[in-house]
Write a protein that binds this ligand. Structure first.
Ligand SMILES: [Zn+2]
Ligand SMILES: [Zn+2]
Length: 298
């Protein structure tokens, strides 16, 4: 809830006229409690989990010939029933873990100082904070993911996420409940270290989830904006990690590939494409397996 009763009062406190966006934010949030505002995070996640994968699902189900060449593991096909089951499992997880976790996180949001009032952050502040969040999340997620590929971590927790050896967008948040809790830490660490406005927080969550959906989409589209971001892992990088499955000791990165590169766990995306395409069916024939093979272990 904003500490101003009118826009005029807010402008007097800030010493300037509110911007158009600030006026919108004032009109929407002035009389709502901070807890209620924060709970919009649950709605945001629900919409992302439900709607953002749909374009990939349509492409998968329609099997348009022009787009088929971009499918990373073409011989693995999921039926509409399989897709619905995946979404249902994710929604159960959402109701029992993701949603309650957001509500229980409210005190920590207050504690670290996520603000909900005025002024709104500048574009520059938003960009810099998002960059910091991505870097922090990427580094910590790398090590947690790598730990989850140890014997105990994989057998007790991470194997659930790897049930999809050829991932689909709906399967991005599909994981053991404990993994949802554990991997919430890297996502929250950035905002905890460099607190932001709730709008930046929502943008961070939306971008991170959309990135994860695209990474699990099973398609490597050449027009993806992620192709233009330096060191970005993308769909092939992570698809290969799922393809290898429990034995995988490569491609742990969630967003960027620098940790895999620094710590020697990278599998060249080009090579990964090369190997995954060995699975490609061409008029009923398996594509010829090229002679050069990776000398690296998975
Ligand atoms: Zn993994
Ligand atoms: Zn995954």
């Amino acid at each position: 809830m904003l500490p101003y009763r009118t826009i005029h009062e807010a402008e007097r406190a800030l010493g300037r006229i509110l911007t158009y966006t600030e006026t919108l934010w004032f009109n929407y949030s002035a009389n709502k409690s901070n807890f209620f505002i924060y709970c919009h995070t649950i709605l945001l996640l629900f919409l992302i989990f439900s709607l953002a994968p749909l374009p990939f699902v349509v492409v998968e189900l329609m099997r348009l010939r022009s787009l088929e060449k971009f499918k990373i593991q073409p011989v693995v096909r999921l039926s509409p029933g399989d897709m619905c089951k995946c979404y249902k499992d994710v929604m159960l997880l959402f109701c029992y873990v993701v949603g309650p976790l957001q509500i229980l996180s409210y005190p920590s949001i207050q504690m670290v100082g996520i603000r909900m009032g005025l002024p709104l952050p500048s574009g520059w502040e938003i960009v810099m904070q998002l960059l910091v969040y991505f870097l922090i999340e990427d580094y910590t997620n790398y090590w947690i993911h790598r730990f989850l590929h140890g014997k105990w971590g994989y057998e007790n927790i991470h194997h659930v996420h790897h049930e999809y050896t050829a991932p689909i967008a709906f399967a991005s948040p599909y994981a053991h409940w404990a993994e949802i809790l554990i991997l919430g830490i890297p996502s929250f660490l950035g905002p905890a270290i460099a607190p932001c406005h709730i709008l930046t927080f929502w943008l961070w969550i939306a971008l991170r989830q959309m990135e994860a959906l695209e990474t699990h989409s099973g398609y490597d589209f050449p027009w993806s904006v992620s192709k233009y971001i330096p060191f970005y892992g993308g769909a092939v990088h992570h698809d290969y990690h799922h393809y290898v499955g429990g034995q995988s000791h490569n491609n742990f990165a969630s967003v960027f590939t620098y940790c895999d590169y620094i710590y020697g766990t990278d599998k060249f995306p080009g090579l990964a494409i090369y190997q995954l395409k060995q699975l490609r069916k061409d008029d009923g024939q398996l594509e010829a397996v090229p002679s050069q093979a990776s000398s690296k272990s998975d």
